[in-house]
Design a protein around this ligand. Structure first.
Ligand code: SF4
Length: 391
């Protein structure tokens, strides 16, 4: 059976946070009381159970597990343990090659991290973002730089060997020097993985409004460019190789779960706002937590086959699937394996997109060799322009 005929990843969404960050437009909410969180866990376990009966696709042996959010670590250890046991009982936790949990440094302590390791997580992704308190404040984060450093050390002591830190550039008040300082401090921790993103001002977020009204000062274009260039250079010097536009790892410690997305492989996703992909169809659960709880509590196998209003489905046509697979694959420095595209979609990419690819090659945005098409570092810098060739 081919990899794209089985679920290669399992995602579990927790839509709760202690406080909404000023830039965030993810499906996550602050202010729900403990009782709702408890009901949510029950509803989530119900969805996991019922969907295991549906036989959507087989779960590959070694399929990765990823608890994301939101902030999964606002749940108690007991609640997280209950979700994991349900995944195991229902066959979704199938000797995962990697089991990751995201954590906000302001929501974990040594005891909780140890418990998460004992439950079975072997990788943790910490939302550090910056190691400057002023910048963390400008983002509306709940943690301080000291808490982020402390959580990282405690994660190591708890036995996590694979630790990711999310970092952000383009933050209000940030300078090239303060970003360098954050990178230097984070590298002293010897982590195996860094995700470095540029802040995106999403419409409708408080930070976007503040920026539009001129009430916060964002780094200018030149500073942003320098931060971007510095990230790749400084991390490479420290042995963290870029393997995706925004991701860097010690070789062999890349995120297996995220690679499932970039390889356009099927994954199952549970929870409010979670989006599953079976290789052909996308199913997105309602992001309304209370509607999710109500709908999921009454979920049955029969209900899954009808439209309950609990989720929406979307079936991208073959052309869209090819386009999505190319765009996702080109995010990785390894690029897209053209033979695999031929096997999966029956398409000769070089022939079908010959003109567009030639333009990318001429502009030195892409290179082709050894049966692979990949973006150059310059192409990655202007990824969106390169991706347009496949839309
Ligand atoms: S912790 Fe993450 S998910 Fe929660 S509000 Fe902040 S950015 Fe959004």
């Amino acid at each position: 059976m081919e990899r794209w005929e089985q679920f290669q990843g399992v995602y579990v969404h927790t839509p709760f946070c202690l406080q909404k960050c000023l830039y965030c437009d993810f499906p996550s909410y602050a202010g729900f009381p403990d009782g709702v969180r408890q009901q949510y866990v029950g509803a989530l376990c119900r969805e996991i159970e019922v969907r295991s009966l549906q036989q959507e696709l087989p779960v590959a042996k070694g399929a990765t597990v990823y608890f994301g959010g939101g902030t999964p670590t606002v749940l108690t250890v007991e609640q997280i343990g209950k979700i994991v046991s349900t995944l195991k009982r229902c066959g979704w936790w199938n000797r995962p090659a990697e089991a990751t949990i995201e954590a906000n440094p302001g929501t974990v302590d040594a005891e909780k991290l140890k418990a998460l390791r004992e439950i079975g997580f072997d990788r943790i992704s910490l939302g550090v973002q910056s190691l400057q308190d002023k910048e963390l404040g400008a983002l509306g984060r709940i943690h301080t730089a000291e808490q982020a450093l402390c959580a990282t050390e405690e994660a190591k002591q708890a036995g996590f060997r694979r630790i990711n830190a999310d970092l952000m550039s383009g933050i209000p008040c940030q300078t090239v020097e303060s970003f360098r300082n954050t990178l230097t401090k984070i590298l002293q921790l010897n982590l195996s993985h860094i995700s470095a993103y540029s802040l995106i001002l999403e419409e409708g977020t408080p930070l976007e409004r503040l920026a539009r009204e001129g009430k916060v000062q964002l780094p200018d274009e030149e500073a942003s460019f320098n931060m971007y260039e510095m990230t790749t250079e400084v991390l490479a010097q420290a042995g963290l190789q870029r393997y995706e536009i925004s991701n860097y790892a010690v070789p062999g410690k890349e995120s297996v779960h995220n690679t499932v997305y970039w390889n356009y492989e099927p994954y199952a996703a549970f929870g409010a706002g979670a989006c599953s992909f079976n290789g052909k169809e996308r199913r997105t659960n309602t992001a309304d937590v209370l509607q999710y709880i109500k709908g999921s509590a009454n979920l049955s196998l029969a209900a899954l086959k009808t439209d309950t209003g609990l989720w929406q489905t979307e079936s991208p046509d073959r052309k869209t699937q090819i386009s999505e697979a190319m765009i996702m694959g080109l995010r990785m420095t390894d690029g897209v394996n053209l033979q695999k595209m031929q096997q999966r979609f029956g398409i000769d990419i070089l022939e079908s997109y010959g003109k567009e690819i030639q333009i990318l090659l001429d502009r030195k945005m892409a290179e082709c060799g050894g049966g692979t098409l990949r973006l150059t570092p310059y192409g990655m810098r202007y990824g969106n322009r390169a991706f347009e060739a496949f839309i």
